[in-house]
Design a protein around this ligand. Structure first.
Ligand code: IMP
Length: 197
């Protein structure tokens, strides 16, 4: 089965492809020759994921999925959440988002946080949603060079290294996105035996 992954984020594509392996053929927007920026205007990860997969499905008629992630920090009542990408303002860098987060959490002992990912899959016009959660904490200083986004300041439960100190394979043992993708793969495998009507 061929699926378009409706994202322009090459890190996300790399993570999902490494996880899915050759079970299914995954095409990034770039590989599908689609040049589009889809806005994420909604207040929930699920709605933002849905609008991205729906846009690509309507454009191509090909099965596709999209994903939206938020970093939910307990001491900030779940913020930045759905606004994680633009926490420091529209068009700001990963670095600036991290700086703002560390500044706001400075001196706070409660540093629990979680990444939550919502995946929206559309096959034959029918949408299914999957969720993946990774619990952990925000550390005081960025560590590591790998990954992207908030990876340098996030340490998952049961680890001492930040996501940015792990290889893709190591990160995928904990990672919110791969947990949601595991549910998606399990769902697709049921379709292989029972195609949708
Ligand atoms: P979005 O899903 O691309 O909208 O991501 C929202 C924000 O969370 C962006 O700032 C991303 O960089 C960040 N983000 C998404 N996934 C991850 C991850 O796996 N690690 C670190 N940051 C992430």
């Amino acid at each position: 089965m061929k699926l378009i992954f409706a994202t322009n984020n090459s890190h996300k594509v790399e993570e999902i492809k490494a996880f899915v392996g050759n079970k299914f053929e995954i095409l990034s927007l770039k590989e599908a020759d689609i040049d589009i920026e889809i806005p994420e205007p909604f207040d929930t990860l699920e709605e933002n994921a849905s609008v991205k997969s729906r846009t690509i499905y309507n454009l191509t008629g090909t099965s596709c999925f999209s994903e939206d992630t938020g970093l939910e920090v307990d001491a900030l009542n779940g913020e930045p959440g759905v606004k994680s990408a633009r926490y420091a303002g529209e068009g700001k860098s990963f670095q600036q988002n991290i700086e703002k987060l560390l500044q706001i959490l400075k001196g706070k002992h409660q540093r629990k946080a979680r990444f939550r990912a919502a995946i929206s899959l559309i096959i034959e016009d029918k949408e299914t949603l999957f969720e993946g959660i990774c619990d952990g904490k925000i550390i005081e200083e960025p560590r590591g060079e790998q990954g992207f986004g908030y990876d340098p300041v996030f340490v998952p439960d049961g680890e001492s290294r930040s996501f940015a100190e792990m290889s893709i394979e190591e990160k995928s043992k904990f990672n919110h996105r791969t947990k949601a993708a595991a549910k998606l793969v399990a769902f697709l495998q049921t379709l292989k035996t029972t195609p949708p009507n």
